[in-house]
Design a protein around this ligand. Structure first.
Ligand code: HEC
Length: 197
């Protein structure tokens, strides 16, 4: 009984170790892009509660976070995906290089949206306090839906739909700009990142 519990524990640990190794096994440009992605994910995680109103809004933090995402997107992102760098331990799909225009279009969109969010930081999250009673926690999703309505499916696919400028996005409530940034992450992952095990 005790022994099997230990064995199960040991098995659990070794599975964890293998997973950690697979991820940690990334080197060179693959490791670099994973680090860049993780840095962006850290920003999104830090800003999300502000956008949802569960943490005090900090315009400086939004500005700095948006700048960091902008720094890791666009060309900085695409330059870390040289052809043929898919396969273990990477989650990059071969479609990236079959549809490079769409991939790089999404990377560019992310840069524009992030720069827009940087400009929008001082605008505040947006009309949520007033609507808070009715929409509650869903209001951030409302912003996302509005964002996607505005952009249309084609826009996100980088298929030559008119792109919004950072200046334009800078006029929006930051909650909406944040939703657009978040959608750009998701749009690219849906198409070009292998589903997580
Ligand atoms: C243009 C496409 C694209 C955009 C935009 C994009 N990603 Fe990614 N992301 C990828 C791909 C492809 C991978 C898989 C990379 C690999 O494993 O080699 C990935 C992987 C990741 C990972 C896993 C990194 C790791 O350590 O394995 C995280 C976290 C992540 N992205 C977060 C984000 C966030 C947050 C955003 C938006 C701010 C974002 N990504 C925008 C394409 C994109």
């Amino acid at each position: 009984m005790k022994l099997s519990a230990i064995a199960a524990g040991a098995a659990g640990i070794s599975i964890f170790a293998i997973a950690a190794l697979a991820h940690g096994g990334a080197t060179g440009v693959v490791k670099e892009r994973m680090d860049g992605m993780s840095a962006m994910a850290d920003v999104m995680k830090a800003l999300a509660p502000m956008m949802q109103g569960t943490v005090a809004y900090d315009a400086d933090a939004v500005r700095a976070g948006a700048a960091k995402i902008a720094e890791h997107s666009g060309e900085a992102l695409t330059s870390k995906f040289p052809e043929g760098t898919d396969g273990m331990p990477s989650e990059a799909k071969p479609e990236i290089w079959q549809d490079w225009d769409a991939f790089s279009g999404l990377a560019q969109q992310l840069e524009i949206f992030a720069k827009g969010l940087e400009r929008a930081a001082d605008n505040g999250v947006g009309g949520m306090p007033a609507q808070g009673g009715m929409m509650g926690g869903e209001s951030i999703m409302g912003g996302g839906a509005m964002g996607s309505g505005m952009l249309g499916g084609q826009g996100m696919m980088g298929g030559g739909a008119p792109m919004m400028s950072a200046e334009h996005i800078g006029q929006m409530p930051s909650g909406m700009a944040f939703a657009m940034v978040s959608q750009a992450c998701t749009a690219c992952h849906t198409k070009f990142r292998a589903e997580e095990k």
